[in-house]
Design a protein around this ligand. Structure first.
Ligand code: ZN
Ligand code: ZN
Length: 377
């Protein structure tokens, strides 16, 4: 991809109206300003993938005044070169001996009584802001920003589709590495290399759960040697250059699977397919969770489906909306999330099937296109 392509591409991914939309949402929530340090919120709002440093970088979005971005002087050229440099945004560098918190307090409109801090701001920065703005009540900016970030633009959906295609290409190659006699860690190292080679800039996680480890949903890698007859859950994801994440699980088997496995894998496939088919605007997150859980429960495996159905995904691999009992949020077009039911028999084996899907105008739009059946190696 040429430099020109990248610039065009970034312009579509990071439209210039987000600062204004965030200020409006902050005003409606009764906040006087949002303070956003490096992370997914900052990237979403400005396109700037700022490094998380001990030196303060902070986007300030005051209600009723112009936004500004405070950065260490050393980082100002990078900030200007990022998509943030093309925004109508004053980028203020601070010198090594200056106090950036006092600088921000001095530029905020007088009487700011409620400020929203991004949910992942480091505690040392939260406390420094508390000291610099003693009269301001602190709350979570995420309550405001999640409403914007949850509904993906067409450009964001295409970014998720590119990430989904990249991780599909890695799953397509798992058979090259997964075999009896190798350890989970050896297989995982090959997968991690492929995650980068196939179009990501960062490996977010590599789970290779073999044999009894397949029954542990968040098992990562161990030195267990894979044996013939093992079921292996492979759940992998990374972040692409434009910041969007992939996450996909397929279940493999080396040789012949255990007899009981075939019985419940068929149930799991049916449950996941029913959930994919049920995605549409208006269905609540908890109802979508129940679509798969009911099928698994009726087949007698309900107690072995021990986690929620899924999580939102975008600039973070886990974000809103969560597809879980108790979440009455109705889906809307543009919401992106995983559908990943699993069945886990403790100490024996387990299985999970996971795809990323975006809610469209009438149905789900799948970002992952690999077949769902058990992959026999
Ligand atoms: Zn996953
Ligand atoms: Zn997931």
């Amino acid at each position: 991809m040429s430099y020109v392509d990248r610039v065009t591409h970034d312009a579509a991914l990071y439209p210039t109206d987000r600062l204004g939309r965030a200020q409006k949402a902050a005003a409606e929530a009764g906040l006087d300003a949002l303070l956003v340090s490096p992370g997914a919120d900052l990237r979403y709002l400005t396109g700037y993938a700022a490094p998380p440093l001990e030196r303060l970088t902070c986007l300030v979005l005051p209600v009723g005044a112009d936004p500004f971005l405070v950065v260490p002087g050393l980082e100002r050229p990078a900030a200007l070169a990022s998509p943030a440099g093309a925004l109508d945004l004053d980028i203020v560098g601070w010198a090594e001996t200056e106090d950036p918190y006092a600088l921000i307090a001095g530029r905020l409109p007088a009487g700011a009584a409620r400020v929203g801090l991004d949910n992942h701001m480091w505690a040392e920065k939260v406390l420094a802001f508390r000291a610099a703005l003693p009269a301001a009540e602190q709350s979570l900016a995420g309550d405001v920003l999640r409403e914007l970030r949850m509904r993906k633009s067409a450009a964001e959906v295409e970014a998720l589709r590119r990430a989904g295609a990249a991780i599909d290409r890695v799953h397509a190659r798992v058979g090259d590495w997964l075999r009896a006699g190798r350890t989970e860690r050896e297989v995982g190292a090959d997968i991690a290399d492929a995650i980068i080679a196939e179009g990501h800039v960062r490996v977010d996680f590599v789970i290779v759960g073999s044999g009894p480890n397949a029954a542990s949903p968040h098992h990562e890698l161990s030195d267990r040697v894979i044996e013939s007859g093992d079921v292996v859950v492979v759940d992998i994801g990374g972040t692409t250059a434009d910041g969007y994440c992939s996450d996909e699980t397929r279940t493999y088997c080396v040789g012949e699977p255990p007899a009981e496995f075939g019985r419940y894998y068929e149930v799991l496939e049916r449950a996941q397919a029913a959930q994919l088919a049920a995605v549409r605007p208006g269905i609540t997150c908890e109802a979508l969770d129940a679509v798969g859980r009911d099928i698994i429960t009726e087949a007698g495996y309900g107690e072995y489906f021990i986690h929620r159905t899924g999580h939102g995904i975008g600039l973070e691999s886990h974000e809103e909306p969560y597809i879980v009992a108790g979440n009455t949020l109705p889906l809307e077009p543009g919401m992106a999330f995983s559908i990943e039911p699993g069945i886990y028999l403790p100490g024996a084996h387990g299985a999970r099937i996971e795809d990323i899907v975006v809610c469209g105008e009438n149905a789900g739009d799948a970002m992952n296109l690999r077949p769902h059946g058990l992959v026999r190696l």
